[in-house]
Ligand binder design. Structure first.
Ligand code: ARG
Length: 256
């Protein structure tokens, strides 16, 4: 086919058609899903591959909801922006559902119940409860629910917020801070994998939090995600994945 045969306008039209067709193919309802590269055991990357309870749970949910998707690993601090700007359609990354966030984002139904805990040095005998944090230096991650929670505890000497929770954990290992407050399961995982016996969790969970899949307020996915969550709970997939990643049956299933 030569330009002569088609004419200039014909050629232009031909390319326009190509563009439309290829755009149609690539968007073809492949949902972009943000995950985090460092939130074990929920979502993390190993050799560039997304892994974790949430990655496998999402896979199961997406299957039930008949959603094609692409995982996009990023740093936690990029996730909110990515959801807002539409760089990703959804994110699954241990996001706690709360009222302040509901003003800006839409959340799915909760799929994981957890809470915050206090970590301190293994040989620390003075910190046992939240009240013992008075006069102490506490580290956590900036912008997390733990950061907000810690800010409300009376009498803390200093709160150090880090962009990555790894930095907070390292400060505790080096005894540069007295305690860390953060999400229970992630804290457990850190102690087991990288704590080197230097760190322990003390006391009970400080509060109750639930994780949800997050998206823009106006979105076309959360309804289907909720149906997917319901389906993976019903058919036993949820309990099986829970057992695989956390070593026990969930005491309560989502929706119960
Ligand atoms: N659940 C806490 C929050 O929502 C911590 C989130 C941790 N998630 C992560 N991907 N690093 O603030």
């Amino acid at each position: 086919m030569s330009v002569g045969m088609l004419g200039k306008r014909g050629l232009y039209g031909f390319f326009l058609l190509l563009m439309i067709l290829s755009a149609g193919c690539t968007t073809n309802n492949s949902v972009k899903v943000g995950i985090e590269s460092n939130f074990r055991p929920f979502t993390y990357t190993e050799a560039g591959e997304g892994k974790g309870f949430e990655v496998e749970l999402w896979q199961a949910i997406a299957e039930k909801a008949n959603l094609k998707y692409e995982l996009i690993p990023m740093e936690y601090r990029e996730l909110n922006e990515a959801v807002k700007s539409g760089k990703v359609d959804l994110a699954i990354a241990g996001m706690t559902i709360n009222n302040a966030r509901k003003e800006k984002f839409a959340f799915s139904d909760p799929y994981f119940q957890t809470g915050l805990v206090i970590l301190t040095a293994s040989d620390n005998e003075t910190i046992k409860t939240e009240d013992d944090l008075a006069g102490k230096v506490v580290a956590t991650r900036l912008g997390s629910t733990a950061y907000t929670y810690t800010g409300d505890i009376k009498g803390i000497k200093e709160i150090r917020g880090f962009p990555s929770i790894t930095e907070a954990y390292d400060q505790l290992k080096d005894k540069k801070v007295d305690a860390v407050v953060f999400d229970e399961r992630n804290a457990h995982d850190f102690i087991q994998k990288s704590g080197d016996g230097k760190v322990k969790i003390v006391g009970e969970m400080l509060n109750k939090e639930s994780y949800g899949v997050v998206s823009k307020k106006r979105n076309q996915y959360i309804g289907r995600v909720n149906l997917g969550i319901e389906a993976v709970v019903k058919d036993g997939t949820y309990a099986a994945l829970y057992k695989k990643w956390f070593g026990s049956e969930p005491s309560k299933l989502p929706g119960e």
